[in-house]
Write a protein that binds this ligand. Structure first.
Ligand code: HEM
Length: 411
C-alpha cells in the first residue's frame, strides 16, 4: 500500500508556471511515451491517445474484457444472464435502453434528489456532532444508499449493508492471480451475508409489490436470484465504490484551494460541474478500460495508420487519454477549471473518458455528479472545515484505480 500522494516535481513546476498549481494526487500516473498506440510484450495493445481510445470505445465490434469479465462469462451456467457491464451487442443495447429510464436527469431529480439531500444533511450533522470523521466512511454510506435505491436494495433484514458491500469490494483484489486465501474467504463471507440479508429480502418485497427500480424491472425479464446478485455486485463496483472515491478525491483537491472552494459554494451550477469534471478528468477512478477486438480496427495515429487485429486485447489508458495534450492543451496533469478543450465532434466532455464512452458509457454519470455536488456543497459550507489527515491510497486491480481511506476531516 502506498500512503503518500504522488508528487512529480517536474509536473508540479510546469503546472505552477502555467498557473494551475493543483496536480494529480490519487490516480496512478500513466507511463509517458510519445506513442499513442503500441503493442506490449504480452500482445496487449496499449492505447494512450484520447481520439484513438474514443474510436475503439465507439466501435461496434468489440467485447468487454475488463473488470474480471472472465469470471462472469465462465461461470459454468451458474449465471444465466450476464450483468449489463459484461453484455455486448443487441441484447446489451436493449437492456441499456430499457434501464436508462432510471438514470435520466429528470428521473434522478424526481426520485432521488430529496433523498440525497436528506442523507447528506444527516451525515454532515453526524460529523458536526462528533467534531471529526473519516470522510471515506461518510462517502461510503452516501454512495451505497443512493445506488441501492436505484437498484431496489432497500429491504435488508439487518442494518450494515454498506459494510457488507465494502467487505466484498475491499477484498476483491484477492480474486487476482496470487490473491490471498484469507481475502477470498472474507469476500465469500460478505457475499453470502449480502445475498441473504440484503438481496433476498429486497427481491421478496418486489415479487409481492413491484416498484420503480432496477430489481423490479429485471424480475419481469425472468432474472434468477443469482443473476440479480451478480447484477447487484456489478452495480456495487460500478456505482458505489467509484462514487465514494470520487467524492473523497474531489474534496481533497478542493479543501486545499480556497478558490476552488469558492466555485463549489457559488450558485453557478455550470462552473461547479465543470470543476468536478476537471477533477475527474485528472483523477479517473477507473484507470484503464479493456476491450477485445472482434474485427480488425484501423486507427489514424500521429505516427501513421495502425491496425489492431481481430482477437487482440486492448488496454485503453483513461489516465493517459485524459491527459492527451493535443485535446486538453497546456498542463494536462493539473486541475485547470474552465480549460479550453480541442474542438471535436461529438464535443469532448469535461471529464473526458472517466465515465467511459460508446455503448458501455456509464449510465450513472448524472447521479454521481449530482450526489457529489449536493454533498460537497454542504460539507464545504462549514467554515471551520479542516483536513486533519490526507487519505491513505491503494491501487485496486478490479477497477484499475485508486481507493482512498482514512481521510480525516474536522469541523
Ligand atoms: C464517479 C462515479 C462513477 C465513475 C467514475 C464511473 C465510471 C464508469 C465507467 C468508466 C464505466 C464504463 C466501463 C467500460 O466501458 O468498460 C462505467 C459503467 C457503468 N457504471 Fe459507472 N461510474 C460511476 C458511477 C456510477 C453510478 C452512480 C452507477 C449506478 C448507480 C454506475 C453504474 C454503472 C453501470 C451499470 C455501468 C455498466 C454499463 C454498461 O456496461 O453498459 N456508475 N462506469
Amino acid at each position: 500500500m502506498s500512503a503518500a500522494p504522488i508528487m512529480n516535481a517536474n509536473i508540479a513546476a510546469a503546472a505552477e508556471a502555467a498557473g494551475c498549481p493543483y496536480h494529480r494526487r490519487a490516480a496512478e500516473p500513466a507511463a509517458k511515451s510519445h506513442r499513442t498506440v503500441e503493442q506490449l510484450p504480452d500482445g496487449t495493445w496499449l492505447v494512450r491517445g484520447y481520439r484513438e481510445a474514443r474510436q475503439i470505445l465507439r466501435a461496434e465490434l468489440t467485447k468487454q474484457s475488463g473488470f474480471m469479465s472472465n469470471l462472469a462469462t465462465q461461470s459454468g451456467g451458474v449465471i444465466q444472464r450476464l450483468p449489463v457491464l459484461f453484455m455486448d451487442g443487441p441484447d446489451h443495447k436493449a437492456m441499456r435502453q430499457e434501464s436508462g429510464k432510471f438514470f435520466t436527469p429528470s428521473a434522478v431529480d424526481r426520485n432521488y434528489r430529496e433523498m440525497i439531500d436528506q442523507l447528506s444533511d444527516d451525515l454532515i450533522n453526524k460529523l458536526k456532532a462528533k467534531g471529526s470523521a473519516d470522510l471515506s466512511e461518510l462517502t461510503k454510506t452516501l454512495a451505497v444508499q443512493v445506488a441501492s435505491r436505484i437498484i431496489g436494495l432497500t429491504d435488508s433484514r439487518l442494518p450494515g449493508m454498506p459494510g457488507r458491500v465494502s467487505g466484498i469490494l475491499d477484498n476483491s483484489n484477492s480474486l487476482s492471480k496470487g490473491g490471498s486465501f484469507i481475502g477470498r474467504t472474507k469476500m465469500m463471507a460478505n457475499l453470502m451475508a449480502f445475498f441473504h440479508l440484503d438481496v433476498k429480502p429486497s427481491l421478496k418485497a418486489r415479487r409481492q409489490q413491484p416498484r420503480e427500480d432496477l430489481f423490479s424491472y429485471l424480475l419481469t425479464l425472468g432474472y434468477t436470484d443469482i443473476d440479480l446478485l451478480t447484477e447487484a455486485i456489478v452495480f456495487g463496483v460500478a456505482g458505489m465504490a467509484t462514487t465514494r472515491e470520487f467524492i473523497c478525491v474531489a474534496a481533497w483537491h478542493i479543501m486545499e484551494r480556497p478558490e476552488l472552494r469558492d466555485i463549489m459554494l457559488s450558485d453557478d451550477e455550470e462552473a461547479r460541474y465543470n470543476l468536478l469534471g476537471e477533477i475527474l478528468r485528472l483523477e479517473p477512478v477507473v484507470g484503464d478500460l479493456y476491450r477485445t477486438a472482434q474485427t480488425d480496427i484501423t486507427l489514424n495515429t500521429p505516427d501513421g495508420e495502425v491496425t489492431i487485429p481481430a482477437g487482440a486485447r486492448m488496454q485503453l489508458s483513461v489516465v493517459a487519454a485524459n491527459a492527451d495534450a493535443s485535446v486538453v492543451g497546456d498542463s494536462p496533469d493539473a486541475v485547470c477549471p474552465a480549460r479550453p478543450m480541442a474542438e471535436m465532434k461529438p464535443k469532448v466532455p469535461d471529464y473526458m473518458l472517466s465515465f467511459g464512452d460508446g455503448d458501455h458509457r456509464c449510465p450513472g454519470a448524472y447521479v454521481a455528479l449530482r450526489e457529489t455536488d449536493i454533498f460537497l456543497r454542504k460539507l464545504l459550507a462549514i467554515p471551520t472545515l479542516k483536513l486533519e489527515k490526507a487519505p491513505d491510497r491503494k491501487f485496486v486491480d478490479i477497477i484499475r484505480g485508486y481507493e482512498l481511506r482514512r481521510m480525516v476531516v474536522s469541523v
